[in-house]
Ligand binder design. Structure first.
Ligand SMILES: [Ca+2]
Ligand SMILES: [Ca+2]
Length: 167
């Protein structure tokens, strides 16, 4: 290996270290603030944090690349289609490639932060979502149906950005 190449590698290592250190510092500071501040309620904890960790990590271990991947998907600059793709994976609790009734019920319960919702209301809400977005009437949302539904939701992109920092 020639000298120039080696120097280049050292340079890359340094850049990676700086970036990772910066991330650790800011993320660590954020986590500390979140765990020490009082429970003022609003968006303290991301209701999908376990799913986010599941989708972005490998066996619940985050490599540097996993962290970078997660940060880029949730950043303001990420393209909407990438955000939608990851949202779909996060919401697909049973990982069968569709957002089905079971997934929708879990999403609704988590979004509303409720465990004691009546079965009827939950069924109503689920049917409402399916009525709006299940275009081929198979009682579940394929990725393209989900994509279509998300494209109509102006708040989605914004909330998906904020949610990252609740992970
Ligand atoms: Ca599913
Ligand atoms: Ca469908």
């Amino acid at each position: 290996m020639d000298k120039g190449h080696r120097e280049q590698e050292e340079e890359n290592d340094k850049d990676e270290y700086v970036t990772f250190k910066y991330f650790q510092d800011s993320f660590g500071k954020y986590l500390q603030e979140k765990t020490t501040e009082d429970n003022s309620g609003e968006s303290d904890v991301n209701p999908f944090r376990d799913r986010i960790c599941r989708v972005f990590s490998h066996n619940n271990v985050f490599s540097f690349e996993d962290v970078l991947g997660m940060a880029s998907v949730f950043s303001e600059q990420a393209c909407p289609s990438l955000k939608i793709e990851y949202a779909f994976r996060i919401y697909d609790f049973n990982e069968n490639g569709f957002i089905d009734e079971e997934d929708l019920q879990r999403i609704i319960l988590r979004l509303l932060n409720s465990n004691d919702m009546s079965e009827d209301l939950l069924t109503d809400l689920t049917s409402h979502v399916l009525n709006e977005s299940d275009l081929d009437n198979d009682n579940m949302l394929s990725f393209s149906e989900f994509e279509h539904a998300m494209a109509k939701s102006p708040d989605f992109m914004n909330s998906f950005r904020i949610h990252f920092w609740g992970c």
